[in-house]
Design a protein around this ligand. Structure first.
Ligand SMILES: CC(C)(COP(=O)(O)OP(=O)(O)OC[C@H]1O[C@@H](n2cnc3c(N)ncnc32)[C@H](O)[C@@H]1OP(=O)(O)O)[C@@H](O)C(=O)NCCC(=O)NCCS
Length: 170
């Protein structure tokens, strides 16, 4: 198991193809993808394709969406991590949790340490976060981890708020 980092309550590790059933459970919930520009996943084959085509290639650059498990019970609750978006030339901070894990501060805990990892270990100069303007929980997370509001705009025809943070050590 390739662990990226731990927080007081969470372990973040690289995903493998064996995580497809967990990713399917996460991405088949319409509430989870409500504000995201993507359809729900319906089949295990679709989840496997997301892992092989989207998630695993990011690991080559030491970036990626990492599986989050809770230390208390070793349960998968979602993912958090950094992704290079070539069309925007940005390193994007993202997170997605199962509904049962919402409202416990887990996204904030994972996102905060992801920022620390991106700046401290990967030495990234700047990290960006985007959220649909109505996705108040996600916006709250970006603000709680100290990211700065840059503006609103359309990305893939979706109205989003953009936040950035520069590496404090740069
Ligand atoms: C966004 C998401 C990751 C937040 O996860 P979480 O673990 O519940 O987040 P946290 O508990 O760390 O913090 C959420 C904050 O938003 C607040 N919040 C939650 N729902 C809210 C709402 N509808 N309106 C206003 N604030 C809200 C919470 O009260 C909390 O703030 P607080 O600590 O000051 O009370 C989770 O809702 C999720 O996975 N959503 C689906 C996927 C998604 O939208 N990802 C983000 C894409 S940009």
């Amino acid at each position: 198991m390739n662990i990226i980092f731990e927080t007081p309550r969470l372990t973040l590790r690289q995903m493998t193809i064996n995580d497809a059933p967990l990713l399917l459970e996460l991405n088949s919930d319409p509430e989870v993808v409500k504000y995201l520009h993507e359809p729900t996943l319906q089949t295990i084959e679709q989840a496997q394709k997301v892992i092989t085509d989207i998630i695993l290639p990011q690991y080559r650059n030491n970036l990626g969406r990492w599986a989050i498990t809770t230390k208390a019970d070793n349960n998968f609750i979602g993912w958090c991590g950094l992704k290079y978006r070539p069309e925007l030339d940005e390193i994007d901070l993202g997170y997605r949790l199962m509904q049962k894990a919402w409202g416990k501060g887990f996204a904030t805990e994972a996102a905060q340490e992801t920022l620390n990892y991106g700046f401290g270990i990967l030495k990234l100069p700047i990290i960006t976060g985007k959220a649909h303007i109505e996705n108040l929980a996600s916006i709250k997370v970006l603000e709680k981890i100290g990211m700065n509001f840059i503006g609103e705009g359309l990305v893939d025809d979706c109205p989003v708020r953009t936040y950035t943070k520069a590496n404090p050590s740069a």
